[in-house]
Design a protein around this ligand. Structure first.
Ligand SMILES: Cc1ncc(COP(=O)(O)O)c(C=O)c1O
Length: 460
């Protein structure tokens, strides 16, 4: 973790100035310091939404002065929150009654709540808690926040390998051998932060059903659908790739509203299938004028703005709007992947990009016909150098390409070495572009040109 000094673009002052300055001069100073940042719309490594329409911005300001925690004073925020939870429970096929949910600061907080629920459930069932250490099953493709849960809540993390031969998703054979009576739950990802692939949630549910039949141990699944929770439901493959509450084994699901939910930072969502299965001690009931309110969260005061923003997006876009946006992003991801491979410099990792490689005309025709080109995975493009480039220019590094893009004020982090994920257990170096709603065809062309020029320049 860099220190504050490393992050600071200018010398840090160590005290509040004796006297305040004018609004204009302070504003100018702040803008000046931010001028060195990557413009958020050109941050291609991040999933978080960076563009809102004027109405959303106005509503954000109205919500921002309303504290989510004060439900008596701001019942509107509490009711927006409840409606958003109900919408998501429906979208993720929860039973029509009995579910519970909450807004969080993001998927990380939601994952902690999901893990905490599973740990407490296990503690209640476990006769010899003091002498047994709980464990949780986590894919090597899980986001760091899942490992954080294990570390912070003193649960052993059993890491399931992920590799090219398992489709960049958890190895279900290895997972089978990790289960025991102290397994509190299994975290699965829809889809991976690194490669966009979805874990085989239905297959794992079947394994856990079989395990329960043999041993009597009932192990729940939490699905970390930080990005996929707002992608999968809007794609045709949702009919065949079953991942949500349609599987009785799935106890809880989280997603980040501020990613593909098209809400402003910072909001995540957590939904449990059955409130009655949540240990009572985790639920704080408070009564207020209009009734009672159940609270299960890790924080208290928070801005109401992102909840207002989520509520606005649901109503403004509707199902049709979300579907259209997701399918456009999928098509653009395929187009970018195809065009990258066409340069001869790059090779894509994600299946859909590879399947459609060199079929740009076909993609264009399908897009025009409104037929989505999609596999069950996120709209991201994961790529590295092609075999030809690797063989001819062994000293070339993706980090050099990333630096060249940074000079163009684009952030495409060469942040990932997938350690041991290759078919032969080798490391795979990747770059990743996240397609977001605000990424236009023009930006895509600029990215493609920048990447191509960067390699041409580096191999000269
Ligand atoms: C799979 C997954 N889980 C959790 C997170 C953390 O989400 P948040 O930033 O909303 O806390 C991310 C962020 O990218 C993610 O991709």
């Amino acid at each position: 973790m860099p220190s504050n000094e490393m992050l600071a673009p200018h010398p840090l002052s160590s005290s509040i100035p004796d006297k305040g300055a004018s609004m204009d001069s302070v504003e100018a100073m702040i803008h000046k310091q931010m001028a060195g940042d990557v413009p958020p719309s050109r941050d291609l490594g991040r999933f978080t939404t960076t563009k809102y329409d004027d109405t959303a911005t106005r509503l954000f300001n109205v919500g921002n002065v309303r504290n989510q925690a004060c439900i008596e004073e701001y019942p509107s925020i509490a009711s927006f929150q409840s409606e958003c939870v109900s919408i998501l429970a429906g979208l993720w096929n929860a039973p029509s009654t009995g579910f519970m949910g909450t807004a969080t600061t993001g998927s990380s907080e939601a994952v902690l709540l999901g893990g905490l629920t599973m740990k407490r459930q296990w503690q209640i069932k476990q006769p010899d808690v003091l002498n047994s250490r709980p464990n949780v099953i986590i894919g090597a493709n899980a986001h760091i926040c899942v490992n954080k849960f294990a570390g912070y809540f003193n649960v052993e993390a059993r890491i399931v390998p992920v590799s090219e031969s398992t489709g960049f998703a958890v190895d279900t054979e290895a997972l089978k051998n990790m289960l025991d009576a102290n397994t509190v739950g299994v975290f699965l990802t829809l889809g991976s932060t690194y490669t966009g692939h979805y874990d085989p949630i239905q297959r794992v549910a079947n394994i856990l059903d079989d395990y329960e039949n043999r041993t009597g141990h009932d192990i729940p699944i939490h699905v970390d659908a930080a990005s996929g929770g707002f992608v999968a439901p809007f794609t045709p493959s949702n009919e065949t790739f079953i991942w949500d509450f349609r599987l009785p084994r799935v106890q809880s699901i989280n997603a980040s509203g501020h990613k593909y939910g098209m809400a402003p930072l910072a909001v995540g969502w957590m939904v449990w299938r059955d409130k009655s299965k949540i240990p009572q001690e985790l639920l704080l009931e408070s009564s207020y004028l209009r009734g009672s309110h159940t609270n299960f969260s890790l924080s208290f005061s928070r801005s109401g703005a992102p909840i207002v923003g989520q509520y606005y997006s649901f109503h403004r876009l509707g199902l049709a709007g979300y579907r259209e946006r997701v399918q456009t992003m999928m098509s653009r991801a395929n187009l970018l992947g195809t065009r990258l491979e066409d340069t001869g410099f790059f090779s894509c990792l994600a299946d859909s990009r590879r399947l459609v490689s060199h079929k740009a005309n076909e993609i264009n025709t399908r897009c025009q016909e409104g037929r989505c080109v999609e596999a069950p995975e996120l709209p991201i493009v994961v790529f590295g150098f092609s075999e030809h480039v690797l063989a001819t220019y062994p000293k070339l590094r993706l980090s050099d390409v990333s630096n060249a893009m940074h000079d163009l004020k684009f952030s495409i982090p060469r942040s990932y070495t997938l350690a041991g994920w290759g078919a032969q257990g080798e490391d795979i170096d990747i770059m990743r572009v996240v397609l977001r709603d605000e990424m236009t065809i023009e930006t895509l062309e600029e990215v493609l040109t920048g990447l191509t020029h960067a390699v041409e320049h580096l191999i000269r």
